[in-house]
Design a protein around this ligand. Sequence first.
Ligand SMILES: [Zn+2]
Length: 301
Amino acid sequence: MKKTLLAAFALLFTLCAAGCAEGRLSVVCTDFPCYDFARQAAGDRAEVAMLLKPGVEAHSFEPTPADIISIGEADLFVYIGGESDAWADSILEGFDGADAPTALRMMDCVASPIEEEGEHHHDEGPEYDEHIWTDPHNAAQMARAVGEKLAEIDPANGEVYRANAEAYAAQIDAIDAEISDIVSNARRKTLVFADRFPFIYLVRAYGLDYLAAFPSCTADTEPSAQVVATLIKKVASERIPAVYTIELSTQAIARTVAEETGAQILTLHSMQTLSQADFDAGASWVSLMRDNIEALKAGLN
Ligand SMILES: [Zn+2]
């Protein structure tokens, strides 16, 4: 805890009397990828919180006043730096220099952000697609970046954070090797998304082609009939066995395509958010990507 207002401290003391470990760092994360990499790197040495609760749509999330207070009090604040948590940059600017939490912006930790597809009317230069963690190479870099940042904040335990992050990065590397293997042995290279599309980093990383109902993940209402017809035609003509949806999807478009073509509907987790059930079951980036691997195997063969 960085700032200890007397009242807040008294309250925390009461709440923690049962057994908050003394001296644990507090880490506040915007979304699930940041949260997962932070908790893996921190192990039991930090209290890690996620502002975007399970089951909640990331693209319409707005922080509450309590969220903003928790960011200010955190030892470390981890965020993507994309469209969905663009509010974070302005909140960080709003803190007085000395009061600002140490912040880690994940978009700055990856090699090559990809410009977002779709219609943009910005005068401020390119807008980057925020779903960087869907490429395992980026995910491994993000995990290591959190480990480094924790080591800077708490040098006495620096080697522990680095080792935790490296161990997780090694699991991520194993996933990468598995996906490379699946793709290079696959019968087809095209994924059809009857949904929003948060996977530009994943498909680029493995040289996959894709067709999607929406050009990106930016929440939208309904695609045109023409777009749905294009998906159906593609699936039917190439006898593609599966169409993909993402977590929390209504699956409306996927059902239409499946009814017309007989393709099965599979979920590919974007991991930007996750269902309460997956969260309660202890899902991680690695476990959700393992599910994704099964779904990719089914769709690419
Ligand atoms: Zn998204």
